[in-house]
Write a protein that binds this ligand. Structure first.
Ligand code: 3PY
Length: 248
């Protein structure tokens, strides 16, 4: 049985004051939650979040990591640095980085490899654009993205990643595909991973991301291959974030 995982992606939001309120809301509302919970926050706020979450089971993560271990890479952040601030997870290949920072499938795969080598759990994002969807190319695009990652992993490493399916057209737009349409893509992703490692049927969690909110979480989270959510806007309000987690 795969335990559900709800991850907040704060994106480039927050301030020390805003975070303090959000973090205390999360701390105070954890009773009765029966799933794994994590927040992926902007780099400068990792120490604040690490201190605020101490003693809770809420895990911490970042939103990107360098593909390099150490050295002359101005502005980049290494796995070692993320571990120093208590990170367990790192989001890799979010569509906003693929689009605005020109991250290719190959770079995303290299970052996944580096995250694993450094002891972090990568949350690997895949998803099709509106154009791809309208052209009927969802399976092709998402399949290519996941296969590029799988091609650089050892068989045993497949169990060490989390995958997030985020249709680009559903991110920040309020639009969500139907639970059945999401389930179809998740089942296809799992099938690809099972081909590389049959244990993926049990060990890999596939999250859905893209305008998941309290009002649509329950039906999404009850589909057999949807193992949790990567939450954008709704993760910025403790009551919404926890309301989603309570439905997992
Ligand atoms: C969203 O839901 O907007 C996301 O991009 C989550 O990563």
């Amino acid at each position: 049985m795969r335990r559900k995982l709800i991850v907040g992606n704060w994106k480039m939001n927050g301030s020390l004051a805003m975070n303090a309120e959000l973090l205390s809301g999360i701390r105070e509302g954890l009773a009765g939650i029966d799933c794994d919970l994590a927040i992926c926050v902007p780099f400068p706020y990792l120490p604040q979040c690490q201190a605020a979450l101490e003693g809770t089971d809420v895990a911490l993560g970042a939103q990107d990591v360098s593909a390099h271990a150490v050295g002359a890479y101005t502005g980049q952040i290494s796995t070692r640095m993320l571990l120093d601030f208590g990170c367990k997870y790192v989001i890799v290949g979010h569509s906003e980085r693929r689009e605005y920072c020109n991250e290719s499938d190959e770079l995303v795969a290299n970052k996944v490899q580096r995250a694993l080598a450094g002891g972090l759990t990568p949350i690997v994002c895949v998803g099709e654009s509106l154009y791809d969807k309208e052209e009927g190319r969802t399976a092709e695009v998402v399949g290519r993205q996941i296969n590029t990652v799988l091609s650089v992993l050892e068989e045993r490493e497949v169990c060490d990643i989390v995958v997030a399916y985020e249709p680009v057209w559903a991110i920040g737009t309020g639009k969500t595909p139907s639970p059945l349409a999401v389930e179809e893509v998740h089942a296809m992703l799992r099938e690809q991973m099972i081909r590389k490692n049959p244990d993926a049927i049990e060990c890999v969690r596939i999250l859905y991301g893209g305008s998941m909110k309290p009002g649509n979480a329950e039906e999404l989270l009850h589909m057999p291959d949807i193992d949790g959510g990567l939450i954008g806007g709704a993760a910025l309000k403790a009551s919404d974030f926890l309301a989603i987690a309570r439905q997992a």
